[in-house]
Design a protein around this ligand. Structure first.
Ligand code: HEM
Length: 509
């Protein structure tokens, strides 16, 4: 009898232990967290959603997913989580409620390279270094006062842009619009950020253009590699390590030359200090607010060229294509230019505030064809977005392309209708809507080059419409899209022949 009781007691004890152990296992391994993650579309074993990130038109693949599964989605590449934001309301929420938390872009993917490396401004976390460089950037290059001071540089480049088209028109030559636009933005930005003359004679400007094009192509690979788990990221990055090193070395060699030239000619600056002078001064100043190195300066320059040159050129081509496809727009725009600027001089950037329709045309071009259709942020802490939990250290991909075609906020979202921007910004509600217009991103890490970009695109489109008729062989321009790196470009580059509207060339002076 006693023996039976002991056995029962033992069994009971083992049973309780088993229950306790199972409960522990369940809690540790199987129990779902209390938080609700965003919906996760079906994925492939092991690689997760990697195949979607490898698709040719990533913004459209993301669009298909979000139309089916929701405006905020949980994706993963191997084990790495990525949250995809695809509606105007969610974009609005993350920039309004979580701006500081999402003001970093993850870890720099390539450690000692001059781009996307540990010296990079774009990859820098939201903190002292980033704030210091942004202040220098706004004060010396991109803020209103700095832009006023550098007007002459851009006016000269705009004249050249026009003269070149005028010459081609005289020879009845066909023009590749993107190439002309890229020359304008590349040459202008080089001169704005590197200051001193002599750049052209030494071929610096032309070399920069080639390097920036190479960088655009590498950027998608780098971004993708950065989303992989650390062990795999190392492996993948090693596959194109040589390419990255070679490009970084080319930038280094070129920028070191420009820096040395700047240092040698410090005394010759009769026209005030430029961005490079200010950075060199901070570099040599023991008591500077933030101690920067030579690599910081070079890497900052690579960032500016990468972020500014191609992005500003792409919308010039897309917007002209939209104008050619819309005779009504062309007529109204030309009417505005002829009545405000007249026909005896060329448009200048100081005319832009008096040309609301031109501004609306530029905005609409950027809405439909944002050069960076998808951009990335990174959450520092866990937060709630759209009712779902986004864990700390999660990549956030914002599909700006879809946000700006969200039918809940944009009437006839796929149509080119510049008029919509004429009525916008009037009342509070409209102002709120403006926060869903994000070709330049938003918040603390939003694009600091927005004003400069509007000047480039506005004046270039102004010159092309004011100065020329455009002959195009087919009835309509083919608006098919392609991605070059992460930039949204025209699959069939726009080629057309300018016909000058005046016998003699116009000048802006
Ligand atoms: C149409 C032309 C341009 C477009 C569409 C564009 C778009 C963007 C976008 C989407 C971002 C990321 C914003 C975010 O994360 O919220 C960005 C960042 C940036 N852009 Fe632009 N950009 C343009 C022109 C320029 C120009 C002309 C410059 C300067 C020369 C410039 C400099 C930068 C820099 C430095 C950043 C990084 C800001 C940071 O990390 O804090 N961009 N741009």
């Amino acid at each position: 009898m006693m023996a039976t009781i002991i056995v029962d007691f033992q069994n009971c004890f083992i049973f309780i232990l088993l229950c306790f152990f199972s409960l522990l296992c369940y809690t540790l391994f199987f129990k779902k967290p209390k938080v609700t993650l965003p919906p996760c579309p079906p994925s492939l074993p092991i690689i997760g959603h990697l195949h979607i990130f490898l698709s040719v038109l990533i913004h459209r693949s993301f669009h298909k997913l979000s139309s089916r599964y929701g405006s905020i989605l949980y994706l993963r590449i191997f084990g790495s989580p990525i949250v995809l934001v695809s509606s105007a309301s969610v974009a609005y929420e993350i920039f309004r409620a979580h701006d500081v938390n999402i003001s970093s872009r993850g870890f720099p993917p390539t450690e000692d390279s001059l781009f996307a490396g540990s010296f990079s401004f774009i990859s820098a976390p939201y903190g002292e270094y980033m704030k210091f460089m942004k202040k220098v950037l706004v004060t010396n290059l991109l803020g209103t006062q700095a832009l006023k001071r550098s007007r002459r540089v851009r006016a000269d480049e705009l004249d050249r842009f026009y003269d070149n088209l005028f010459e081609k028109a005289a020879k009845k030559e066909t023009v590749k619009i993107f190439d002309e636009a890229l020359k304008l933005t590349n040459d202008s930005i080089c001169k704005l950020i590197m200051g001193r003359c002599g750049l052209e004679e030494e071929g610096v400007v032309e070399r920069v253009k080639g390097l920036v094009t190479e960088l655009d192509v590498l950027s998608k690979k780098i971004l993708l590699a950065n989303m992989l788990p650390p062990w795999l990221k190392k492996l993948v990055l090693s596959l194109f390590e040589k390419e990255v090193k070679a490009l970084s070395n080319s930038f280094n060699e070129l920028l070191e030359k420009v820096l040395v030239e700047h240092e040698e000619k410090q005394e010759e600056h009769h026209h005030g200090k430029d961005l490079m002078d200010m950075l060199l001064a901070a570099y040599g100043d023991e008591n500077a607010e933030y101690k920067i190195t030579r690599d910081h300066i070079k890497s900052f320059y690579v960032d500016l060229l990468f972020a500014g040159v191609t992005n500003s050129a792409i919308p010039i081509e897309w917007t002209l294509a939209e104008i050619i496809n819309s005779p009504k727009t062309l007529e109204r725009l030309r009417g505005e230019l002829d009545s405000v600027v007249g026909t005896s001089r060329l448009i200048q950037e100081t005319d832009l505030p008096n040309l609301p329709y031109l501004q609306a045309v530029v905005k609409e071009g950027l809405r439909l064809h944002p050069p960076e259709p998808v951009f990335e942020r990174f959450s520092q802490q866990g937060c709630k977005v759209g009712g779902f939990y986004v864990a700390e250290k999660t990549s956030l991909m914002v599909n700006a392309y879809v946000v700006m075609r969200d039918p809940n906020y944009w009437e006839d979202p796929d149509e080119f209708k510049p008029e919509r921007f004429l009525d916008m910004w009037k009342d509070e509600e409209r102002k709120k809507q403006a926060l869903k217009y994000i070709p330049f991103g938003r918040g603390r890490r939003g694009c600091p080059g927005e004003n400069l970009a509007y000047i480039f695109i506005g004046t270039a489109i102004g010159v092309m419409v004011q100065g020329f008729e455009w002959k195009f062989k087919e009835e309509k321009v083919n608006m098919e899209e392609a991605l070059a790196g992460l930039s949204l470009i025209m699959a069939h580059p726009l080629k057309c022949t300018p016909v000058a509207r005046t016998l003699n060339p116009l000048t802006s002076r």
